[in-house]
Design a binder for this molecule. Sequence first.
Ligand code: ADP
Ligand code: ADP
Length: 205
Amino acid sequence: MGGSIVLFGPPGAGKGTQADAIVLATGKPQISTGDMLRAALAEGTELGLEAKKYMEAGELVPDDVIIGLIRERLKSQDAINGVLFDGFPRTIPQAEALAEIAEVSMVISIQVPDEAIVERIVGRRMDPETGEIYHIKFKPAPSEISSRLIQRKDDNEDAVRTRLSAYHSQTSPLAEWYLQRGILKSVNGNQAMGDVQEEISLLLV
Ligand code: ADP
Ligand code: ADP
């Protein structure tokens, strides 16, 4: 499939979890704006410092910052046959900017009700060595690595409620925007991870 794919859904929908199998199936590299911002923050760059206060509060980072980041990333050689966007675009202006610089062939919307989101986010843990995403209940890490797992600073109940409301007011209108363009595909994200993966794989053939 030519063009880029967008993974769309609320925080905690399972975008990062499902990305690996899509990368494997399509050969397209994953571009996660959240991961890029966290890397900038860890490196202490100016951009990272600017993004920090928004991220910790659970608010969206301004569009011009995000669009600049994506423009630079898409210049890399590995982006030439399309990429897998994870967590981008998150606003209509971001989607409009993206439409100018890349062809989006499919938007995979992972649907999960709000009631399930808080438990997913608060229980999320990351392995800093491999980037693997775990969950204290739904995907426990092997005991030999459990001591090195980290919890994101914004994965607390307060910030997740702010993130959910940002999702509903600023991001969810994008579903309609992409539906009108005929490229929105929805999958049920409120089932076992393997079943979500199977639904997604049917969209990629
Ligand atoms: P996102 O990238 O959309 O924010 P993640 O992939 O990081 O979401 O998933 C959020 C949390 O929910 C992680 O702890 C992950 O292990 C867990 N998770 C992902 N998919 C499912 C699922 N289908 N059922 C239960 N928990 C899940
Ligand atoms: P989630 O687990 O909620 O899907 P991400 O890792 O995608 O989280 O994003 C973490 C934070 O980074 C967001 O709450 C937001 O502050 C910022 N962020 C990531 N992507 C974007 C974007 N496309 N537009 C604006 N802010 C973003």
